[in-house]
Design a binder for this molecule. Structure first.
Ligand code: PEP
Ligand code: MG
Length: 324
C-alpha cells in the first residue's frame, strides 16, 4: 500500500466524481518542511507558532519570527500556508514568561485572550507575519476565539500594524484572515463569524474536548472523547454549511481530519481542506480519490440522525468497508 500511496505524491486530491479538496500538513517549525514536501502536501493548514516561543529561551524577536515564517512560505512556493498566532497557555508554558497559576488553565488565560490582553507581543508577531507575506500565500488565523468581539479586536490590531508597515513602504502580499473553530460558542455562531472572516479551520482536538467536557488524557473520562458522536458531527456540519452560505473556505486541522472513518463524512459535508501530520497525507489522498461526494451526502444525513458514536462508526464501516 505504501508504494501505491507514494505514487500520489504529485497528484491532486480529487474525489472519484471530480471534486477538488486540499490535503495539507500541520507543522510546528520550519524544520518540519522536509516531511511536508516529501509527502506532497497541497498546503500547510496549521503552523503552530507557539513552538517558536516554547523552543526559545527568550521572547522571539520580530526578525527571528520573520525568518521562520518566510522560510515556510518560500518552501511552499505559492501554495497556501495557514499560520496560527501563538496558542500559549493551557498546557503550553514558557520559561521566560511566567503566566499566573490558574485552577482551570484550559478554561483560562490562553491563546487569543493573552494576545488581546498583552498586545505588544501580538503586534510583534503580526508585523513579522505581514512582512513575511511578501514571500508566499499567507493565511493568518487566531486560536481559541469565543466571541465576534475578539475576532473584531484582533482584526483591528492586525489592520493597524498593516497600515503602519504600508506607510513605511514595506512590501507585503494579500493575506486571508480566519479563526480556529475550537470553542463550541464559535461553532454555534458560525453563521455570524462567516460574514466577517475569510476562512475557518475547525480544531477538533479542542472542540471535542470542550463539547463533551472530557479530557482525553484522563483515563476515567477519555471514553467520552468521541469524534463521531452525532453531537460533534452536527456541530461540524453546522460550521461547514454556515461558511459555505457566505462562500467562505473551511479547513479542519484537528486530528479528526486524518481519521479514515471521519473523512468520508467530512467529504460528504463538503469540508474544503484536511490538514494533518505529514505522514498521513498520502493515505488520505488515496482515500479521497475513491470517494463519491454525492452518495456521501446521504451517508451524512443518516449519520446525523443516529444516537451514538459507535453507531456512526458501524454505519461508515458497513457502507465503505472496502475503501477505508
Ligand atoms: C485543535 O484544537 O484541534 C488544534 C488543531 O489545535 P491544538 O491541537 O494545537 O490545540
Ligand atoms: Mg486547539
Amino acid at each position: 500500500q505504501k508504494v501505491e500511496w507514494a505514487k500520489l505524491k504529485t497528484e491532486h486530491s480529487v474525489s472519484a466524481d471530480g471534486k477538488n479538496f486540499v490535503v495539507g500538513a500541520n507543522i510546528g517549525a520550519p524544520k518540519d518542511m522536509e516531511a511536508v514536501l516529501d509527502n506532497g502536501a497541497e498546503g500547510v493548514g496549521l503552523y503552530r507558532t507557539e513552538f517558536l516561543y516554547m523552543e526559545s529561551d527568550h521572547m522571539p524577536t520580530e526578525d527571528e519570527q520573520f525568518e521562520a515564517y518566510k522560510a515556510v512560505l518560500e518552501k511552499m512556493v505559492g501554495k497556501p500556508v495557514t499560520v496560527r498566532t501563538m496558542d500559549i497557555g493551557g498546557d503550553k508554558h514558557l520559561s521566560y514568561w511566567k503566566l499566573p497559576e490558574e485552577e482551570n488553565p484550559f478554561l483560562g488565560y490562553r491563546a487569543i485572550r493573552i494576545s488581546l490582553d498583552q498586545d505588544e507581543i501580538f503586534r510583534t508577531q503580526l508585523r513579522a507575519l505581514i512582512r513575511a507575506s511578501a514571500f508566499g500565500n499567507l493565511w493568518i488565523m487566531f486560536p481559541m476565539v469565543a466571541t465576534l468581539t475578539e475576532f473584531q479586536q484582533a482584526k483591528a490590531i492586525y489592520e493597524e500594524e498593516r497600515a503602519k508597515l504600508a506607510d513605511q513602504g514595506v512590501p507585503m502580499g494579500d493575506i486571508k484572515l480566519g479563526i480556529m473553530i475550537e470553542i463550541p460558542a464559535a461553532a454555534v455562531m458560525a453563521d455570524q463569524f462567516a460574514k466577517e472572516v475569510d476562512f475557518f479551520s475547525i480544531g477538533t482536538n479542542d472542540l471535542i474536548g470542550y463539547t463533551m467536557a472530557a479530557d482525553r488524557g484522563n483515563d476515567r473520562v477519555s471514553y467520552l472523547y468521541q469524534p463521531y458522536n452525532p453531537a460533534i458531527l452536527r456541530l461540524i456540519n453546522t460550521v461547514i454549511q454556515a461558511a459555505h452560505v457566505e462562500g467562505k473556505f473551511v479547513a479542519m486541522c484537528g486530528e479528526m481530519a486524518g481519521d479514515s472513518i471521519a473523512i468520508p463524512l467530512l467529504v460528504g459535508m463538503g469540508l474544503d481542506e484536511f490538514s494533518m501530520s505529514a505522514p498521513s497525507i498520502l493515505q488520505t489522498r488515496s482515500l479521497i480519490k475513491k470517494l463519491e461526494t454525492e452518495s456521501l451526502k446521504h451517508l451524512v444525513q443518516k449519520a446525523l440522525a443516529l444516537q451514538t458514536n459507535d453507531q456512526v462508526k458501524e454505519l461508515v464501516e458497513a457502507e465503505l468497508g472496502d475503501k477505508i
